[in-house]
Ligand binder design. Structure first.
Ligand code: NAD
Length: 290
């Protein structure tokens, strides 16, 4: 690192709290080093109270850009000059790009999910998808799917504190894209089975399958799946959730959340540097298999 940093090195940041556990600094710094790009990526513990000052400070320092995670993701939009169409529809930003003092907010989580599908030869455009969830990950995926030409999305969620957001996602998709979205109660297992039955892909975008819900799955049992259904999970810890384990047993093509995690970083990297992240190298160095 010491020989890489000079008076010309540009800073790229990550703001969130808590943030010290993040793998993003390793991912981006390894990619900068591999491509010989003169940037350094550092994490900063920033809460919503200091957020406006942090945005102004980064701008004054001419920082090229930064990632944004919780709790700042849904709050930072008001301090930026522009939002990408996906960030606008999601009401969230995970990447800021500073073009000569003009700040644009993007959300690359959904882009990352769609690229990870493409990487595996999966193309949901023009097809029907069923998805569970209406939180941060689910919203980004649902909006990006709709923007990328998925024909129909059936969204299932519990009637919990995320239900209103699910309603908002459906409204945004139906009003602002050519995709048709419908919301169902996750408790309606008859509808759940029926909607998955004629879907090309089923995506879990809830935390079910990850601690403290490890070993559980959002579908009641394996009869909800069929061999030619593609099944994806946003969870990447564990790399094989109960849903993916059962889906593999049925014979489905499956994908965990590691691809989304890697490609959301790759999309941000491209926005800041104009260069493609060396994906195969990153998979090897981060020991990522999806
Ligand atoms: P969130 O808290 O914003 O949303 C949680 C969602 O899960 C809501 O829709 C909620 O209704 C649903 N839910 C919670 N408990 C449930 C239960 N018992 N049964 C059914 N539904 C339930 O969370 P998030 O930030 O969207 O994260 C969700 C998951 O996605 C987490 O496991 C997280 O690690 C993962 N994630 C992965 C990536 C990636 O890059 N792969 C990115 C972000 C999040």
């Amino acid at each position: 690192m010491a020989e890489r940093i000079s008076g010309h090195t540009e800073l790229i940041g990550l703001i969130a709290t808590p943030i010290r556990h993040s793998k993003s600094p390793k991912m981006h710094n390894e990619a900068f080093a591999k491509l010989g790009l003169d940037y350094a990526y550092l994490a900063f513990e920033v809460g919503n109270e200091e957020l406006e000052d942090a945005v102004k400070g980064f701008k004054a320092l001419k920082v090229r850009g930064y990632n944004v995670s919780m709790p700042n993701k849904t709050v930072i939009g008001q301090y930026l000059d522009h939002l990408s169409p996906a960030a606008e529809l999601c009401g969230a930003v995970n990447t800021v790009v500073n073009d000569n003092g003009v700040l644009t907010g993007h959300i690359t989580d959904g882009i990352g999910y769609m690229r990870s599908l493409k990487d595996a030869g999966i193309e949901p455009a023009g097809k029907k998808v069923t998805i569970t969830g209406a939180g941060g990950a689910a919203t980004a995926i649902e909006i990006q799917m709709a923007l990328d030409g998925v024909k129909e999305i059936s969204i299932f969620n519990r009637r919990d504190e995320f239900w209103e957001r699910a309603e908002q996602n459906v409204k945004n998709i139906n009003e602002k894209t050519s995709c048709k979205a419908t919301l169902f109660d996750l408790a309606d297992t008859e509808a759940f089975k029926r909607e998955i039955e004629d879907s090309y892909l089923f995506a879990n975008a809830t935390g079910v399958g990850m601690k403290p819900l490890e070993g559980q799955m959002v579908i009641p049992d394996a009869s909800f799946l069929r061999k030619d259904l593609i099944v994806t999970d946003v969870v990447y810890m564990p790399t094989e959730t109960e849903l993916l384990r059962v889906a593999k047993e049925v014979g489905c093509k499956t994908m965990n959340g590691l691809g989304m995690m890697l490609y959301q970083g790759a999309a941000a990297f491209e926005l800041w540097t104009g260069k493609e992240m060396p994906i195969d190298y990153m998979k090897e160095i981060l020991d990522i298999k999806f």
